[in-house]
Design a protein around this ligand. Structure first.
Ligand SMILES: Cc1cc2nc3c(=O)[nH]c(=O)nc-3n(C[C@H](O)[C@H](O)[C@H](O)COP(=O)(O)OP(=O)(O)OC[C@H]3O[C@@H](n4cnc5c(N)ncnc54)[C@H](O)[C@@H]3O)c2cc1C
Length: 328
């Protein structure tokens, strides 16, 4: 009996993965999604938006939508056209032979199995780095965020002071963006100069609404159950002194980690671990038959809608590649 080879396996179940699944299923590719096993946050089925209360910028929802509702709806839509779902992660992958071999693992249920596939769509996302404070976890969605574009316009931050932590280009971008809404933006950085490029750094230091808090780290996020974040306690690492900054939000802008460790040595990654695409308009990687979509291949935009758009491209590219190889 010949073993089963999937035509298309999609790794990851965020906006990129589900959109790829919708398109692949409607193209009769009968895709299998490895949705993540929920072992930790980076591997949660549904992806990052499962931890976000309100998504206000995903087109089609006039009054916004909860992250969980949005992801549940995308999954239902994908399943309606025949997408199959396994609650598991791709633990190991061999792209050196055809068909590709994926060792899948569901750590929560101590389950392992092997999947073979003619085409792969990788959409494993990139996780925002947080400071790692208990108090930061406590106030997530109550003023703590890692995405100014996503959350900056929420009523909670309007005309209120906020804190951004970080010193690179992203931190400056986030701080500058937040000046549109916040009354004041404190940029807390552990050094006395920004790591950001000169032009970006100048943008921050010359902006009257941004106040630099040099040589400092956030020790604790302050708040209460009713109001959420009310301030942060910062420590000056040169003098050892501490101070409180009153604010309604704290944005961690200390980078992202793409969930691509399992791909090392199998597909080309850039120095930060993002999957390299063959060109900016397509989803092909350096391995024929392997396509990438969403935040794992996008260090620039990192939005649900851009991830979904990339998922659409990847499914169309996979379908065309299968046809060009004569695989039906
Ligand atoms: C706090 C916060 C708020 C946000 N709010 C908004 C917003 O309001 N609007 C907006 O547009 N964007 C928002 N974003 C950004 C948005 O969440 C991401 O851009 C989007 O989720 C990226 O989609 P994705 O499909 O590429 O990856 P993700 O949504 O991160 O999904 C990755 C998927 O891959 C799975 N996975 C990971 N590793 C493996 C593996 N080895 N095997 C199998 N599966 C794996 C995960 O379980 C998950 O299912 C927010 C982000 C954060 C952190």
């Amino acid at each position: 009996m010949s073993e089963k080879v999937e035509r298309t396996v999609i790794i990851g179940s965020g906006p990129a993965g589900w959109t790829a699944a919708i398109y692949a299923a409607r193209a009769n590719l009968n895709p299998l999604v490895l949705a993540g096993d929920g072992f930790n946050r980076d591997r949660f089925p549904g992806g990052q938006l499962m931890f976000t209360s309100e998504v206000e910028n995903y087109p089609g929802f006039v009054h916004g939508v909860s992250g969980q509702k949005l992801m549940g709806t995308l999954q239902e839509q994908a399943e309606r056209f025949g997408t199959r779902v396994e609650t598991a992660v791709a633990a190991k992958i061999d792209l050196g032979r055809r068909p590709f071999v994926i060792q899948a693992s569901d750590e929560l249920n101590s389950r392992e199995f092997v999947v073979k596939a003619h085409t792969l769509i990788i959409s494993t996302g990139a996780s925002a780095n947080y400071l790692g404070l208990e108090s930061e976890k406590k106030y997530e969605n109550l003023g703590v965020s890692a995405c100014a574009v996503c959350d900056g316009a929420l009523p909670r931050f309007r005309d209120q002071p906020v804190v951004v932590v970080g010193g690179g280009d992203t931190a400056v971008e986030e701080a500058t963006y937040l000046t549109k809404f916040a009354s004041r933006v404190y940029l807390v950085h552990r050094r006395d100069t920004l790591r950001a490029s000169k032009i970006m750094a100048a943008r921050a230091t010359e902006n009257a609404k941004i106040e630099m808090v040099w040589n400092s780290v956030v020790q604790e996020v302050l708040g209460n159950d009713q109001d959420g974040v009310t301030g942060v306690r910062v420590k000056n690492i040169k003098t050892g002194s501490t101070a409180e900054i009153a604010c309604r939000g704290m944005f961690a802008a200390i980078g992202h980690t793409p969930n691509t460790a399992f791909l090392r040595g199998q597909v080309d990654l850039d120095e930060k671990g993002y999957i390299k695409l063959a060109d900016a308009f397509r989803s092909a990687t350096n391995v024929p038959g392997v396509f990438a979509a969403g935040d794992c291949a996008d260090s620039v935009y990192r939005q649900a809608i851009t991830a979904a758009g990339m998922g659409c491209k990847a499914a169309i590219d996979a379908e065309r590649w299968l046809a060009s190889e004569g695989i039906h």
